[in-house]
Design a protein around this ligand. Sequence first.
Ligand SMILES: Cc1cc2nc3c(=O)[nH]c(=O)nc-3n(C[C@H](O)[C@H](O)[C@H](O)COP(=O)(O)OP(=O)(O)OC[C@H]3O[C@@H](n4cnc5c(N)ncnc54)[C@H](O)[C@@H]3O)c2cc1C
Length: 310
Amino acid sequence: LSDSFEQTSLTYFLKKTQIDFQLDCPLAPFTSWKIGGPATCMINPATISELQEAYQFLIKNRYRHYILGGGSNLLFDDQGFQGVIIYTGKLNSINIIESTSIQALAGYSVDKLADFAQTQGLGGLEFAAGLPGSLGGAIYMNARCYGGEFSQKIISVDWLDQNATLRSLSPSDCHFHYKDSIFQHQPGIILGCRLQLNPENPQIILNRMKENRHDRVSKGQFDYPSAGCVFKNNYQIGIPSGKLIETLGMKGTRINDIEIYPKHANFFINRGNGTARDILELIQIIHEKILQKYQIKLEEEIVYVPYQLS
Ligand SMILES: Cc1cc2nc3c(=O)[nH]c(=O)nc-3n(C[C@H](O)[C@H](O)[C@H](O)COP(=O)(O)OP(=O)(O)OC[C@H]3O[C@@H](n4cnc5c(N)ncnc54)[C@H](O)[C@@H]3O)c2cc1C
């Protein structure tokens, strides 16, 4: 928001519509890396209609905006974000439909979603037990782990397109690929989705979930703030990016408080006062060294959000 007039008109709209918001909102607490300065404004819509109304307003008045789910794959700038952050955390209702499918809103935690499915005796989401983040973020990223991927379970996605028009997309409309979806290439907001699951013995489902959660804990994934893997795997070379970084002998390399995790070279951990600047610098160094040694370019998995979107 470039001047006080813009800010006044936004706050007038938000107060009139009674949509929850916070000005000058620190972003670090909303991210798993615990990094990021303040956003000019954060809005917290509690219903789909509030979200749609707010999104229409932002588009019409050309406000810079960005969508925040669980913040587990995001790197906000140290300066913060000049614009409006649309936080989906309050959009978290969930329903069972036709006994084997679940309809949930984008802000629902995927870890809790796996719990919910298990208590209903619905299998298929065990892979997501322990995965940080929201359902919206998991669809956007096409999150995958432990042999599962969100795209495999989706029947339809509800989406607000770039005109804030509600659309229902089929899995093929979503163009899911490895850590990729149409949502990464088109402006819009994922509202939620419907997932197809299969009836199974709840105890068996629970055992699988426990194994996956235990595996993450035993690898120290939650011991320090991070955003999981920084780089996607490059299937051309066929060696996981973490292993490639390991071959550079860079485990434990540190720039100020950001360290390449000795337990997993594709995780950059924040040892306290790490900054976005430190992370971006370390990413740049890895890019250069990997290019030099393997003649390939790694692609980042984490999403960096600059202070000013162009
Ligand atoms: C310890 C740890 C382990 C992890 N392990 C894995 C793993 O095994 N596999 C894996 O795939 N990932 C992993 N991740 C990364 C992360 O958990 C996933 O990418 C997750 O799906 C991101 O969801 P989120 O809600 O946190 O998204 P955010 O970080 O909030 O956002 C990520 C992107 O999605 C967009 N977005 C979010 N919600 C919406 C929406 N409703 N509409 C439109 N766009 C939206 C944001 O604008 C942003 O561009 C890990 C992260 C951590 C911290």
